[in-house]
Write a protein that binds this ligand. Structure first.
Ligand code: NAG
Ligand code: NAG
Length: 174
């Protein structure tokens, strides 16, 4: 009887360990399996370098991925303000501002999503993330409307994919 309960304790212990290290490969596989946009490789390549990404569960990975998206989007906002300091053309300035506003709105919504997820409001979090995903379209049209090609079109590619990835990982929690 004693050895049986030791066995059960050991088994429980192993199960807890296995659960705690639901690893990045598994979560990336699950999250991207049915996505036509985000690949498994992108998920691994983006999140592997982040400390702790292999030790967290899906909820923890949402937090990490949102922070990474935020860092990337802030990088774009800095690019835009750099471009703004180099032009006096009001049309260009207006486009840069509209794009920057769109991205700022996206970052605000990502922070809201971070909050929603931590409180278990998964569906509400998804709605917020969609706003951030759309910031790339907002920028494209801010420039296109004024007959200018977006100078950040290519730079927006990865940040937007990261927002999609946030979306996909959140869906694992639904
Ligand atoms: C995300 O970034 C915020 C602000 O820097 C930090 O407080 C939080 O711990 C980070 N969350 C994760 C999951 O890394
Ligand atoms: C401002 O930039 C736009 C787009 O590049 C250009 O079409 C327009 O001629 C410029 N305006 C001035 C006053 O230089």
């Amino acid at each position: 009887m004693k050895s049986f309960s030791t066995f059960v304790t050991l088994l429980l212990f192993l199960l807890i360990i296995a659960g705690a290290t639901a690893n990045l490969q598994e979560l990336c596989k699950q999250a991207t399996s049915s996505s036509p946009i985000v690949t498994y490789d992108f998920c691994i390549k983006s999140l592997q370098p982040i400390r702790g990404s292999n030790e967290v569960d899906a909820k923890g990975l949402v937090g990490i991925t949102i922070n990474l998206s935020l860092d990337n989007l802030v990088g774009i906002i800095n690019m835009l303000s750099d471009l703004q300091s180099k032009t006096t053309n009001q049309t260009v300035i207006d486009a840069l501002n509209a794009c920057s506003d769109g991205i700022n709105r996206g970052t605000t919504e990502l922070k809201v999503a971070q909050d929603f997820v931590s409180h278990g409001y998964v569906q509400a979090a998804l709605t917020s993330v969609v706003v951030a995903e759309k910031s790339s379209d907002v920028c494209d049209s801010a420039f296109n409307q004024r007959g200018i090609q977006s100078p950040v079109h290519d730079a927006m590619h990865d940040p937007v994919l990261l927002c999609h990835l946030v979306d996909l990982i959140i869906q694992l929690l639904v």
